[in-house]
Design a protein around this ligand. Structure first.
Ligand code: PLP
Length: 382
């Protein structure tokens, strides 16, 4: 076993070797521009992109024409929200979202206030869940879009989005979900989940960084953010990143193949970590749904805890060879506290927050080492 150990798989994941292998021919051998329609170099690249589109669509139970390739979830979220807002602005200017969304959703919605949109930001319960009734109550005659994430990147809460999607459909409102953390960790079927738009990023499930996609249901219109040559059916111009697209598709395929095994393995080990922390540090507070009592309501690979006072600092010190996040990787660069922990009422002073994220390469040995570090905290106290 090599130190340090990486347990921050919500922030990013390494590229799976099989993904890299699939990408390899598209850097030098098959390098054509998929938009070059007059020669074989372009045809080959275009064939690879369309094959990748089918693979991604298959993974979500979508149609290939419903997949738009992007640079990642931040872009997909922006495209979904701004694209729908622009096309629907004559019909209404109200958007509903939730306080625990990733900033790529929250800040995008809030930026639209400057263009005359009204945004309702719903609160969450103590475990990060949103009540269906709260969504229902927030809908107004001029609501055009509801954006609620499938799984939270900090506290792992899985939202039951299918009933929210059904409600939106019933009321003629579009429903977008950020599924960045749930693809590859939970079966994601666009038909069963009643979603109109779905964002995700390749690097969260062993695909390359800078790749992602937006599912746009066939009946939904979305204006482009990036205009130009009209690539991706006019929704996202720019020469496609062919190796990236091929890698993303391979990552989706592998994620679905290994979903069952990986979920079972990471869940078991995550539960072991939780039991060990609970035993070693009795003052620990769990953030998000209880993994042992409500496993289906939480990402299988996620554990997020807050520890009061000196014990928190002792735990972080004991884990100096284990890479965990003390906040969301995406927000910690800004130096602000976590808006997600704030939303669930865990922003009190004197708490140290730790997020563990297990992944495909995680081994039993690594978990045992981490549990040993956690037990050392109890040992030092005794
Ligand atoms: C839930 C969620 N949405 C969106 C993003 C943004 O993804 P990217 O940085 O790949 O654009 C992240 C990244 O952490 C995330 O966890």
């Amino acid at each position: 076993m090599k130190l340090p150990i990486y347990l921050d798989y919500h922030a990013t994941t390494p590229v799976d070797e099989r993904v890299l292998e699939a990408m390899q021919p598209y850097f030098i051998e098959i390098f054509g521009n998929p938009a070059s329609s007059s020669h074989v170099f372009g045809w080959q690249a275009s064939a690879a992109v369309e094959q990748a589109r089918r693979q991604v669509a298959d993974g979500l139970d979508a149609d290939p024409e419903e997949i738009v390739f992007t640079s990642g979830a931040s872009e997909s979220n922006n495209l979904a929200i701004r694209g729908v807002a622009r096309l629907c602005r004559e019909r209404g200017r109200h958007i509903v979202t939730v306080a625990t969304e990733h900033k790529a959703v929250l800040n995008t919605c809030l930026a639209l206030e400057e263009d005359g949109f009204r945004v309702t930001v719903l609160g969450v319960d103590g475990e990060g869940g949103v009540e269906l009734d709260a969504v229902r109550a927030a809908l107004a005659d001029d609501t055009i879009l509801v954006s609620i994430m499938h799984a939270n990147n900090e506290i792992g809460t899985i939202q039951d989005i299918a009933p929210i999607g059904a409600l939106c459909r019933d009321r003629g409102v579009l429903f977008h979900t950020d599924a960045t953390q749930s693809i590859g960790r939970r079966l994601f079927n666009v038909r069963h989940l009643n979603v109109d738009l779905v964002s995700f990023s390749g690097h969260k499930f062993y695909g390359p960084k800078g790749t992602g996609a937006l599912f746009i249901r066939r009946s939904v219109d979305c204006a482009p953010l990036i205009t130009g040559g009209g690539h991706e059916s006019g929704v996202r111009s720019g020469t496609l990143n062919v190796p990236g697209v091929v890698g993303l598709a391979k990552a989706v395929e592998l994620a679905n193949q290994s979903l069952k095994d990986e979920t079972a393995r990471t869940r078991e080990w995550r539960d072991d970590l939780w039991r060990a922390i609970r035993e070693a540090v009795p003052t620990v507070l769990l953030n998000g749904p209880d993994p042992l009592e409500r496993p289906d309501d939480r990402l299988p690979n996620n554990l997020n805890v807050s520890v009061p006072g000196a014990e928190g600092e002792a735990l972080v010190a004991a884990l100096d060879q284990v890479a965990v996040s003390t906040s969301s990787a995406c927000t910690s660069a800004s130096g602000e506290g976590s808006h997600v922990l704030k939303a669930i009422g865990r922003d009190t002073e004197g708490l140290t927050h730790l997020r563990f994220g297990l992944g495909r390469p995680t081994t039993r040995e690594e978990i045992d080492y981490t549990i040993g570090c956690i037990r050392a905290v109890a040992g030092a106290r005794a």
